[in-house]
Design a protein around this ligand. Structure first.
Ligand SMILES: *Cc1c(COP(=O)(O)O)cnc(C)c1O
Length: 449
C-alpha cells in the first residue's frame, strides 16, 4: 500500500514533531470554533489525517498512540482491511435504497450474525439503526409494546445516550442533561453495585445492591408496571464500573420472575471489547434484548437491537425503522468487522491487553496512592483517581494526567460521574510495543504530577 494510505499500512510508531496541538491543528481549531456549534466539544484538538492499527496521525505530522478508539468504536483498527474491502465494494454497487422500501441481503446477514454471536440459544431477531441512542430508544419501544407496561428502570452512573428518552435514562447531569429538560416520564433510577464505593465493602456489594435495587423497584415503582430494566454489563461513561458479582444475575432473575424485559446495553462493552463477544457472558447472563453499536462496524454508523423473537416481533409492522437504519455500506462494514474479529481472535487480544495493562497499572497503584482503583475487563480498563489517603474523587488529577498524556502523544479519555476516572480503550489490534509505550507515558504522567 502507498505511504499515503491509513489503515493497516500506517507506520506503527509514535512521533511528536510539534506542540500538541500543532500549528495546522490550531488553524483548523479556529475554523472549527467559528463554524461548529459550541455544544460539540472536543477532547483533544489535533485534527486527524490518517489512522490505523494503534496510531492516529495528525495534520502536523504527529503520530499519536491511540488509547481511545474513537470511544470504543475502532476495535478492529481504523480502515481495517476487511471493512474497507467490503464497504468499498458495497459503495460501488449501491449506497442506499432504504431497507423498508427495497431490502438487501447485507442487512439480513448482519441480523443473522447477531443472532449467532449474542448469548442464548433461543430464536432471535434484530432491527438495525444508526446510533446507540437510537438502539436504546427502540429497545424501550419494543419492551413497552411487548409488556404493555410503561416504566423503565435504569441505574446510578448509567449512560444510554443524548436523545430525549436516552437523556432521561442517563444518570449524569453535566454535560449530558443540564438545561435540556423536560425529560421523558416513567424512568426510575435504582442503586448500582459499585464495588469500590459500596459502604459495607466490595465483598457485600453484589447481593446488597441487588436487594436495594429490587426493593426500590418493588416498593416505589411496582414490578407489574415495569416494561424494562436497562443496564450496561460494564458501565462506560459512568466510570468503567464492573457491577459486583451476583448483581446482574439477580436482576435478570427478578426480571424473568416478574415479566420484565431485561435489556443489556452492550453498546460500549460489546463486540470483543471485554475479551468476550458480550460482557454479560462473564456471569452467564442471557438478556432478553441486547443493544449494540460502537464496535459493531469498524467506524461506520450502525446500531442494533437483538433479542428474543417473540419480544422483537411485538411491535407492529412500520412501528420500527428509519430512513437510514441498517445502511448497506454500514452493514458491509459490520460484516468486515465481524470477519476481522473472528480471524484475528480479537477476544484473545483483548484479554492479553488486560493482562499487560493491569500488570503495569497495579504496579503503579503501589507507587501512587491517588490510584484508588484499577478495574475493567479486556481492553476496557480504567483507573479511578482519589485524594491521597481517602476515597474523595480527584477530578483534577484525571484532567492533569490526560493533559500530560496528550502532550506526550498518547490519546486517553476521562469518564466517571465525578470526572475522576482515566479510561483506556485501545484498538484490539494495537501492537504490544505501542501498548507498552503508552503505559510508559502514563507512568511518566504520574511521576510528573
Ligand atoms: C455511547 C453509548 C450510547 C450511545 O451511543 P451513540 O451512538 O453515541 O448514540 C449508549 N449506551 C452506551 C453504553 C454507550 O456507551
Amino acid at each position: 500500500m502507498s505511504e499515503l494510505t491509513g489503515g493497516p499500512a500506517l507506520p506503527q510508531e509514535r512521533r511528536v514533531v510539534t506542540a500538541i496541538p500543532g500549528p495546522k491543528s490550531q488553524e483548523l481549531l479556529a475554523r472549527k470554533n467559528a463554524a461548529v456549534a459550541g455544544g460539540v466539544g472536543v477532547t483533544l484538538p489535533v485534527f486527524t489525517r490518517r489512522a490505523g492499527g494503534g496510531i492516529v496521525e495528525d495534520v502536523d505530522g504527529n503520530s499519536l498512540i491511540d488509547f481511545g478508539s474513537g470511544i470504543a468504536v475502532t476495535s478492529v483498527g481504523n480502515s481495517a482491511e476487511a471493512v474497507v474491502r467490503r464497504a468499498a465494494a458495497q459503495l460501488a454497487d449501491f449506497t442506499h435504497t432504504c431497507f423498508m422500501v427495497t431490502p438487501y441481503e447485507g442487512y439480513v446477514e448482519v441480523c443473522e450474525a447477531l443472532a449467532e454471536l449474542t448469548p442464548g440459544d433461543h430464536a432471535k431477531k434484530s432491527a438495525l439503526f444508526n446510533s446507540g441512542a437510537e438502539a436504546v430508544e427502540n429497545a424501550v419501544k419494543i419492551a413497552r409494546a411487548y409488556t404493555r407496561r410503561q416504566a423503565v428502570v435504569v441505574f446510578d452512573h448509567g449512560y444510554h445516550g443524548r436523545t430525549n428518552l436516552t437523556m432521561a435514562l442517563t444518570a449524569k447531569n453535566m454535560p449530558y442533561k443540564h438545561g435540556f429538560g423536560p425529560f421523558a416520564p416513567e424512568i426510575y433510577r435504582a442503586p448500582l453495585a459499585y464495588p469500590y464505593r459500596w459502604p459495607t465493602g466490595p465483598e457485600n456489594c453484589g447481593p446488597e445492591a441487588a436487594a436495594a435495587a429490587i426493593d426500590m423497584i418493588s416498593k416505589q415503582v411496582g414490578a407489574d408496571n415495569v416494561a424494562a430494566i436497562v443496564i450496561e454489563p460494564v458501565l462506560g461513561e459512568g466510570g468503567f464500573i464492573e457491577p459486583a458479582k451476583g448483581f446482574l444475575p439477580a436482576l435478570a432473575r427478578f426480571a424473568k420472575d416478574n415479566g420484565i424485559v431485561f435489556v443489556a446495553d452492550e453498546i460500549q462493552s460489546g463486540f470483543c471489547r471485554t475479551g468476550q463477544w458480550f460482557a454479560c457472558e462473564d456471569e452467564g447472563v442471557v438478556p432478553d434484548l441486547i443493544t449494540t453499536a460502537k464496535g459493531i462496524a469498524g467506524g461506520l454508523p450502525l446500531a442494533a437491537v437483538t433479542g428474543r423473537a417473540e419480544i422483537m416481533d411485538a411491535a407492529h409492522a412500520g412501528g420500527l425503522g428509519g430512513t437510514y437504519g441498517g445502511n448497506p455500506v454500514a452493514c458491509a462494514a459490520a460484516l468486515g468487522a465481524i470477519e476481522t474479529m473472528r480471524e484475528l481472535d480479537l477476544n484473545a487480544k483483548a484479554r492479553r491487553i488486560e493482562e499487560v495493562m493491569k500488570g503495569r497499572l497495579l504496579a503503579m497503584q503501589g507507587k501512587y496512592d491517588i490510584i484508588g482503583d484499577v478495574r475493567g475487563r479486556g481492553a476496557m480498563i480504567a483507573v479511578e483517581l482519589v485524594e491521597s489517603g481517602s476515597k474523595t474523587p480527584n477530578a483534577a488529577a484525571a484532567a492533569a494526567l490526560a493533559k500530560a498524556c496528550h502532550a506526550a502523544g498518547l490519546i486517553v479519555l476521562t469518564c466517571g460521574t465525578y470526572g475522576n476516572v482515566l479510561r483506556f480503550l485501545p484498538p484490539l489490534v494495537i501492537g504490544e510495543d505501542l501498548l507498552g509505550e503508552g503505559l510508559d507515558i502514563i507512568e511518566e504522567a504520574f511521576a510528573g504530577l
